[in-house]
Ligand binder design. Structure first.
Ligand SMILES: [Zn+2]
Length: 124
């Protein structure tokens, strides 16, 4: 296991600030969480993901729960639906170009500066 696909501290900070310390899928405030994680939209897979966009803020989402609880758990156990919502991004694609549905059923593009860019939703 390497650290090539981990988010740098400053990128995690950008994501937490963008999210306002609330889960970006369900909106629950961090004060009510039992756990949280910065989820990689594009799975790193075996051996990690060394492409630069893997470590950008557009590839991360702040989600409540762990790999088995909360929204992070939901993504891990509903992967087909999560790909449809942009919560997961297929490995050949660039996360910044894939819309994601966040809290409030808003469709946005993410950039690496920590912005939400409103966009049209995708067909289910
Ligand atoms: Zn949540």
């Amino acid at each position: 296991m390497g650290t090539a696909s981990r988010f740098p501290v400053e990128v995690r900070s950008t994501i937490l600030h963008r999210a306002g310390m609330c889960c970006e899928r369900c909106g629950t405030s961090s004060s009510d969480w039992t756990g949280w994680s910065v989820h990689h939209r594009r799975p790193a897979g075996m051996g990690g993901d060394r492409r630069p966009e893997a470590r950008g803020a557009a590839n991360g989402l702040l989600l409540c729960g762990s790999g088995i609880t909360g929204c992070h758990g939901w993504v891990e156990s509903n992967r087909t639906e999560a790909y449809g919502l942009g919560l997961l991004v297929p490995r050949p694609l660039i996360p910044a170009g894939i819309p994601v549905q966040i809290v409030g059923n808003r469709w946005v593009l993410l950039d690496d500066e920590g912005n939400y860019i409103p966009t049209e939703g995708r067909a289910a």
